[in-house]
Structures are given as structure tokens and as C-alpha cells.
Design a protein around this ligand. Structure first.
Ligand SMILES: *Cc1c(COP(=O)(O)O)cnc(C)c1O
Length: 367
């Protein structure tokens, strides 16, 4: 079976984590701050606050931007549920904006319509879905015009670039995940990035029980225990060293798929706009709804795992229905949920694996 995910754990991961275990400094430790600095530097942001996972990295980012009770936050409905849940954690209200059907990312034109209509949208939480950056030219222009706080959910987009600038460096804050399936992993883990000195200080309090920075300090705001462990940070340091080479492999694999799949009329290959470096956390095609179930079964019968990310829009989740959201809100996102399918693109695929996937996909007899 060719799996959709296969994390690479090298010798350095084993050496560094063993060193941490031997040191007995399992919680806080030197690797946490070292990892924060290296990941922030890699992503071209000033500060990094390591935390326990991508979900709390998002919560931290929103709190750093002052999002609170009753605030409106515009976001995409086509993402992992943690994106909009993090808005609910702040007791704020998600305003769902439809996607661009070509990129699967938030549609800036639709965002502007909402900004005009709603007036008081406090923040915009964009998602660089599958590793493809949002249209940052248009989004930054809207930020200038309407003055909202901008948060990037870059949980799938480590190393992605727009205009040759890394994602995670554009907004007021950004969140990354190091979950086991992401382009680099610490098992569970996350980081919040910012370029703002005050936001960085505030974020450090948020992840450590709301305590003022420094030793024996007092609890001054409502904070959480969102810290990353030294063990996880050691993994992160080793993984980050490999990240660029893994991204290059993903891009090469995607290019090979594109060349072989572009003329198949039952699927549509991923669209990558100019100015974008797509890091292919997922290689996601579109297949007509009547074809998708059959195609998934066919792939599986031929030893290839594939997966639908995501089979529903967020506002159709039962929790969101209870909150009063109705079907039909974002037509393009709903259509995408019916048609997307992700194929294996991870860096441990061999040339033989990739050739096999190409051969099987090309051999599909569609209805
Ligand atoms: C993975 C992911 C998250 C959450 O990260 P965790 O580390 O699993 O908590 C949030 N948003 C998106 C888009 C993700 O892919």
C-alpha cells in the first residue's frame, strides 16, 4: 500500500531527543527557544512562540490580535475545523467567506463584500490551504483599506512563499502546526509567529498561565498551559534542517503528476498562480462528484491510499448548525467539498511509487 502520509524520522531526531531524555530537562529547555528562533528565522518573522499544537497556536494568535467576546472574524469555511473553532474559543463569531474555486483559498473579492456589509469585522483569519499561499497582494490591500487584524493559518504551509516572501510573515500573527501528518513534525506541536514586540510579549504570557515574563512572576491575565516540550522542540530542530529538501521533493513530484495528468479529462490538476510557491502539503485534484467514490475505490484496489480534505464545509458541522449557520452560505466551498481528492505526494515516495501512481491514475476508466 502506498500511504498518504509517511513522516521521515532521521538519525538527528534520535540523537537530539536522546540527549534531552538524558538531560532530564523534559519540559522547558534550551531546544524550545532555539527552535523558536530557527523557525521564526526560516519563516522570515521576528518572533516565534512555540506551543503545544496548531490549534492552540491559532488561539494564541487570535488573542494576541485582541480578538474577544462578540468580535466578528472573517474566515474560510473550507479548512480543518480547528480554524473556525479557534475563533469560537475567543467567544467571537466566525463570518464565513466563500473560496476561489481555482485556488481553494478565501476569495478576496467576496471578503471585500463582507467587509463592506458587516462594517465591524475585527480580524481576518486566512488559511494557506494545502500549502498554497492566499493572494497576499489583494488581502494586504484590503487590510490597508479596512484596517482589520490579519492572522494567517499556515498550518499546512511551512516554507510556502508569495512574491518570494514566506507565509507567516505577512499578517499580525500566524500559526503553524507540527502534527505528525504535516510537512514537518514534532508529534504534536505548533508555533505562533509575529513581527510585533508587544504581541510577542503578550503571546508568551498567554501560553504560560498569563504570568508576567520573568521568574516567580504573577498571573496578570487569563492564560493557558500551551507550552511545547523540550523533547518536541529537539525533534523540530532536526526536522527543520530537512524541510527545504522535503519541500523540493514534494514540488518535483507534483510537477511530474501535473505533466502526466493535465490531459486527463476526468480530473483537474491543482492550479498554482504566478508569484506563489506551493509546498504541496496536499496534492489535491478535482474529480466530478459522481466519479469520486469510484475513483477512490479503484485507487485503493490498486494499493494507493487517497483522502478527501475536506468532505464538508465547516458551517455544516453539527456544532455550527446548532449555532445557526445554514447550508448554501458558500456555494463554491460546498462544491469543492464534493469534488476534491488528495493523492500521496510525501517525500518518502520512491520513483517507483510515483510512477506506479501515475500509471494507475492514467489507467482509470471513467464513466
Ligand atoms: C493541522 C491544522 C490545524 C491544527 O493543527 P493541530 O496541530 O492538529 O492542532 C489548523 N488548521 C489547519 C489548516 C490545519 O491543517
Amino acid at each position: 500500500m502506498i500511504n498518504l502520509v509517511n513522516p521521515v524520522i532521521g538519525l538527528k531526531e534520535k540523537l537530539l531527543t536522546r540527549e534531552v531524555l538524558n538531560s532530564k530537562l523534559l519540559a522547558s529547555g534550551k531546544y524550545v527557544s532555539q527552535f523558536e528562533q530557527s523557525f521564526a528565522k526560516y519563516s522570515e518573522a521576528k518572533f516565534g512562540i512555540a506551543n503545544s499544537n496548531g490549534t492552540v497556536a491559532l488561539h494564541t494568535a487570535l488573542l494576541m490580535c485582541g480578538v474577544g467576546y462578540g468580535d466578528k472574524v472573517a474566515t474560510t469555511p473550507f479548512s480543518f475545523v480547528a480554524t473556525s473553532n479557534s475563533i469560537l474559543f475567543c467567544r467571537a463569531t466566525p463570518i464565513f467567506i466563500d473560496i476561489d474555486p481555482k485556488t481553494f483559498n478565501i476569495n478576496p473579492d467576496k471578503l471585500e463584500i463582507a467587509l463592506k456589509r458587516e462594517k465591524n469585522i475585527k480580524a481576518v483569519l486566512i488559511v494557506h490551504l494545502y500549502g498554497l499561499p492566499c493572494n497576499m497582494d489583494m488581502i494586504l490591500e484590503l487590510k490597508k483599506k479596512y484596517g482589520f487584524k490579519l492572522i494567517e493559518d499556515a498550518c499546512q504551509a511551512h516554507g510556502a512563499k508569495f512574491n518570494n516572501k514566506k507565509v507567516g510573515s505577512f499578517g499580525d500573527a500566524a500559526a503553524f502546526s507540527f502534527y505528525a501528518t504535516k510537512n514537518m513534525t514534532t508529534g504534536e506541536g505548533g508555533i505562533t509567529l509575529t513581527n510585533n514586540v508587544k504581541a510577542n510579549k503578550y503571546g508568551r504570557q498567554i501560553i504560560n498561565h498569563g504570568k508576567k515574563l520573568g521568574t516567580h512572576s504573577k498571573c496578570v491575565i487569563l492564560g493557558y498551559n500551551y507550552r511545547l516540550t523540550n523533547i518536541a522542540a529537539a525533534l523540530g530542530i532536526a526536522q527543520l534542517e530537512q524541510l527545504e529538501s522535503w519541500i523540493k521533493k514534494r514540488i518535483k513530484c507534483a510537477e511530474k503528476y501535473n505533466n502526466n495528468f493535465k490531459n486527463l479529462n476526468f480530473l483537474r490538476i491543482p492550479y498554482v498562480p504566478e508569484k506563489c510557491r506551493h509546498v504541496f502539503h496536499q496534492y489535491t485534484i478535482r474529480v466530478l462528484i459522481k466519479e469520486r467514490e469510484n475513483f477512490i475505490k479503484y485507487l485503493l484496489n490498486n494499493g494507493i491510499e487517497s483522502r478527501v480534505y475536506y468532505d464538508t464545509v465547516l458551517y455544516k458541522e453539527p456544532l455550527y448548525k446548532q449555532l445557526g449557520y445554514k447550508s448554501g452560505l458558500c456555494i463554491e466551498a460546498e462544491k469543492a467539498a464534493n469534488e476534491v481528492l488528495s493523492l500521496p505526494v510525501h517525500p518518502s515516495l520512491s520513483k517507483a511509487n510515483i510512477d506506479r501512481i501515475i500509471e494507475v491514475v492514467k489507467g482509470y476508466k471513467h464513466t
